[in-house]
Design a protein around this ligand. Structure first.
Ligand code: NAD
Length: 463
């Protein structure tokens, strides 16, 4: 589909193919899932190379967050599909005597998937797996900002798949806008709130259902914790979530931490020691931290610190930038001004502000004064604070004493709320988001209650 002039014809062919019913067959769905599995196994080295080229992603991260996670998903979906496809029995009210009912999952039709560049394989294939498992035809447009991965997806993956039903096309906003003018049965979008708004307005034209997987600022509350052991475990988990997952370029990374003022003097040495343990004395030479995706994002991150003297003064660890290698040192800031860009915009990079509060319980009010995040993390053993977090805050996910682990769970819905988006996927939720759950009811001709038919005498109300 490189030739955009043939787009409308290609889409019309795809709709016709969907109309044949081929993609609804369980065997077709399983064959495509198997093909995706084969693609991942046979091209693992090329995938690692492409992820390294686009993002300097270390191989362990590339396996953990993309190849390995996708293989896990494929195994789970392949194993569960038969059960998901089987209709689910339901009950009808007594008035429909001698009846049966079921809920049948049917594919939506031709669906469009837009993905982001930070996990270019994962964010493209995780929804594709759901769409194919549900029996849809799919057009996938990966991000132009991770060109090596997009090219691998568009040039190598199609030879594994049924190209009558699944197409992968490369392009940026111009192609995106062209695609949005077409009529789809579903649009699944991962990206920024800015483009999410464009997607949603375009979808309104055809009343197309939309899922928006967006981002925002995910806070982590860090209680003072009672023991050195707990503190070190918490710090280690915070550091790997922030700096050890695409260098903070992740939608569910920790954007900033909330801690009690009195805890800062204990925390900074722990963070310093943790960073040294993970990335060495000189992180610039570390092979364990990804690079910033491109110069534009590098300069955006640099200006978050350098364009505001008060923010610059708040840097307590790191703070060095190497433009030639698109490298940013893991950087910790304490109390940058709350109205500065680093505290109002999503950071999406290896800069970690710490905001101090008098009492850790004040964090709840702080979090609730801002947009609903994609994820909230709370490192605390305080049961009553945990209860308050569950009851009083709202976010796509809420994790106690760790971060990012929710992403790999097939059993949990993944998605946002409020400004972090809407629509849940992963595991069975992916199957559901790409399905229409049709109500099917069956009646017998045998009998009926007399009072369900006119004439409407008041006697019929008294029953
Ligand atoms: P983006 O919105 O710039 O791009 C996303 C997709 O939209 C890309 O495929 C891009 O080519 C396309 N696009 C860009 N402009 C368009 C236009 N005018 N019309 C149509 N399509 C257009 O976002 P990004 O830079 O790729 O990603 C960063 C954002 O995504 C962050 O906010 C991050 O938090 C969020 N994100 C969310 C998740 C999640 O799962 N919730 C995952 C990764 C990233």
């Amino acid at each position: 589909m490189e030739n955009y002039s043939s787009l409308e014809r290609d889409l019309s062919d795809m709709k016709a193919y969907f109309g044949t019913g081929k993609t609804k067959e369980a065997s077709w769905r399983q064959s495509q899932l198997k093909a995706l599995h084969k693609f991942l196994l046979e091209n693992e080295d090329q995938i690692f190379k492409a992820l390294n080229q686009d993002l300097g992603k270390p191989q362990v991260e590339a396996f953990r967050d993309e190849v390995g996670t996708l293989i896990k998903t494929l195994n789970f979906v392949t194993k569960s599909l038969k059960q998901w496809m089987a209709g689910k029995e339901a009950k009808l009210p007594r008035i429909a005597v001698l009846s049966s009912a079921e809920i049948v999952a049917e594919p939506l039709g031709l669906v469009l998937i837009f993905s982001s560049w930070n996990f270019p394989l994962g964010l493209s294939l995780e929804p594709l797996i759901g769409a194919v498992a549900a029996g849809n035809s799919v057009v996938l447009k990966p991000s132009e900002m991770s060109p090596a991965c997009s090219s691998l997806l568009a040039n190598v993956l199609p030879s594994y798949l049924d190209s009558n039903a699944i197409k992968i096309i490369q392009g940026g906003p111009t192609l995106g806008e062209l695609l949005l003018k077409q009529r789809w049965d579903k649009i699944f979008f991962t990206g920024s709130a800015r483009v999410g708004r464009i997607v949603m307005s375009a979808a309104a034209e055809h009343l197309t259902p939309v899922s928006l997987e967006l981002g925002g600022k995910c806070p982590a509350l860090l209680d003072s914790l009672a023991t050195t052991w707990d503190r070190e475990v918490a710090v280690q988990r915070i550091l790997v979530a922030k700096f050890g997952a695409c260098a903070g370029q992740a939608c569910i990374t920790i954007d900033y931490i909330l801690v009690e003022k009195a805890f800062i003097s204990t925390l900074i040495p722990l963070l310093k020691a943790g960073i040294k343990k993970m990335f060495g004395e000189n992180p610039r030479e570390s092979k364990s931290i990804a690079r910033i995706v491109n110069k534009q994002h590098f300069l955006r991150l640099k200006s978050l610190i350098n364009s505001d003297p008060k923010v610059k003064e708040s840097v307590v660890l790191g703070g060095s930038f190497d433009e030639d290698n698109l490298f940013i040192e893991p950087t910790i800031l304490v109390d940058p001004p709350l109205e500065s860009a680093i505290m109002t915009d999503e950071i999406f990079g290896p800069l970690l502000p710490i905001i101090t509060v008098e009492k850790i319980e004040d964090s709840v009010k702080f979090i609730n004064s801002r947009a609903k995040p994609l994820a909230i993390y709370a490192f605390t053993k305080n049961k009553s604070l945990q209860k308050r977090m569950v009851a009083e805050t709202s976010s796509g996910s809420l994790v106690f004493n760790d971060a990012i682990v929710q992403y790999i769970a097939d059993t949990l819905p993944f998605g946002g709320v409020g400004e972090s988006g809407f629509g849940k996927y992963h595991g069975k939720f992916s199957f559901d988001i790409f399905s229409h759950h049709k109500a099917v009811a069956r009646r017998s001709y045998y009998t009926d209650f007399w009072y369900r038919f006119p004439p409407w005498t008041l006697k019929k109300l008294q029953l």
